[in-house]
Ligand binder design. Structure first.
Ligand SMILES: [Zn+2]
Length: 315
């Protein structure tokens, strides 16, 4: 039962718009004619079978996090060593410094709700306008709490943003405290991961705003970012989110799994500024671990010349 609940955390059977599920990834608020579904069978050419053995047996945990303060040659050497330890095909690219002028974030065409602008509702977007060859990694839900994943990301110094659902994290808030200490922003993905458009305004407000309170109480910071479960929302969701301090509603353009990628765009390619979604899931749900999934993610983006940047630096 628990496993089933976790497995369906972001893709319940029959839920409209469940990314990675059977439905299209469109938010219910948006017309469905202008975009391709996120879920499509990946072409054989993009399927690169992992050639590296997972290094979980080698316990790469003992690496001190000191290399984040190094610069120049020693930083590169540290990154190279970390990439080797974690079985990456290439050294992840270093992202450019945060932009001095933040890009103007607007709601993606077709993702608006009635009165979006007039009501000053937070923008809903799947990519950040930038010409820099960067992507943003976002990780949802919180079921899997793999210590090796925290070590890997700290070791490699790859930034990401977490969207947490309370019912999945409440058995171990400490895991995400460690994540926060490593510099990761913890954001809102509701208390119980419901399909929001089916709920009244009041119930949506409870799901979203009580989660703002949980994160603020547990982690000392009120989230500015909210991601609706399954990417599904309506005007009430955005009104409720705005009412308790949410400034941005980032969705995603690609989703990475342990064994494949899914794309929102018809041409199945990564673009500068794309937001990439994945989940805190492990062997219980996937044919691999979180480090396996991160290897797949990094090997592809690095091979295509993209660095992983911090989403918050662009907002
Ligand atoms: Zn989710």
């Amino acid at each position: 039962m628990a496993a089933a609940a976790i497995a369906s955390a972001c893709a319940p059977a029959g839920s409209p718009g469940a990314p990675g599920g059977t439905g299209p990834a469109h938010p219910t608020a948006a017309p469905t004619t202008s975009r391709q579904p996120l879920k499509a069978p990946p072409p054989a050419t993009t399927q690169t079978p992992p050639t590296q053995t997972p290094p979980t047996q080698t316990r790469p945990s003992q690496t001190p996090p000191a290399q984040k303060y190094r610069s120049g040659k020693s930083a590169l050497a540290a990154r190279a060593a970390a990439a080797r330890r974690w079985g990456l095909a290439r050294i992840p690219l270093t992202p450019p410094p945060p932009p001095l002028t933040k890009p103007k974030i607007t709601t993606r065409e077709g993702f608006e709700v009635d009165g979006h602008e007039e009501l000053g509702l937070p923008p809903v977007f799947t990519t950040v306008p930038t010409k820099q060859r960067v992507v943003f990694l976002t990780i949802d839900d919180g079921a899997e709490k793999d210590p090796a994943f925290l070590r890997m990301m700290n070791d490699l110094q790859v930034p990401y943003t977490a969207f947490l659902s309370d019912y999945l994290i409440k058995d171990d808030y400490g895991y995400f405290k460690r994540m926060q200490r490593d510099g990761v922003a913890l954001n809102n993905h509701t208390l119980h991961h419901p399909y929001l458009p089916a709920l009244s305004y009041r119930r949506q407000q409870y799901e979203i705003c009580a989660m703002q309170d949980v994160i603020e109480e547990r982690y000392g910071k009120r989230p500015l970012l909210f991601r609706p479960p399954y990417g599904n929302y309506n005007r009430d969701s955005l009104r409720a989110a705005k009412s308790c301090g949410v400034k941005y509603v980032p969705l995603w353009n690609e989703e990475v799994f342990v064994d494949h990628w899914d794309y929102r765009e018809w041409d199945r390619s990564i673009r500068p500024g794309d937001i990439v979604l994945t989940h805190f899931r492990g062997r219980g749900d996937w044919k691999g671990t979180m480090p396996d999934m991160i290897r797949r993610f990094l090997n592809k983006v690095t091979a295509e010349g993209y660095a992983v940047a911090r989403l918050e630096d662009y907002l």
